[in-house]
Design a binder for this molecule. Structure first.
Ligand code: SF4
Ligand code: SF4
Length: 131
């Protein structure tokens, strides 16, 4: 998913004009993305003259660190609020279960999407061959 580097964006509006889903607007001279409407088409990446529209893969390390800190904080709160240090371990285990489930969902989604892509590729090849 795209995101805006606020330090680079000049508010020129080129991305707004080229977004087919009307998912970008300008507010206070900065581009703002509406992720509910974004269809991940990539047009905004291509037209931005200042490379302000960044790829989400660049956020991975920060997101991992934030998840880690949140889990550690929750574990500590569990131990403090329930008055038992063992609650911290149980909380960490619950976080691990949560991320394992998310991983499973991502893996299964990926597998299904790869099938959809292969099927659509085949359909496209057959269609262009018959033209
Ligand atoms: S095209 Fe780039 S610089 Fe211009 S408004 Fe969009 S994000 Fe900002
Ligand atoms: S990826 Fe496409 S739909 Fe999403 S904000 Fe950019 S131009 Fe709009």
């Amino acid at each position: 998913m795209p995101w805006i580097d606020r330090n680079r964006c000049t508010g020129c509006g080129l991305c707004v004009d080229n977004c087919p889903a009307e998912a970008i607007s300008i507010a206070e001279n900065l581009a703002v993305l509406d992720m509910e409407n974004c269809i991940r088409c990539g047009s905004c990446h291509e037209v931005c003259p200042t490379e302000s529209i960044r790829h989400d893969s660049e956020l991975t390390d920060g997101e991992v660190e934030a998840n880690l800190q949140e889990a550690i904080q929750h574990a500590q709160s569990c131990a403090d609020l329930k008055g038992n240090t063992l609650e911290s371990l149980a909380s960490l285990e619950r976080h691990i279960k949560h991320y394992k489930r998310q991983k499973l969902v991502a893996e299964k989604t990926l597998e299904r999407l790869q099938h959809v892509l292969a099927y659509q590729n085949e359909e496209y090849r057959e269609k262009t061959a018959s033209e």
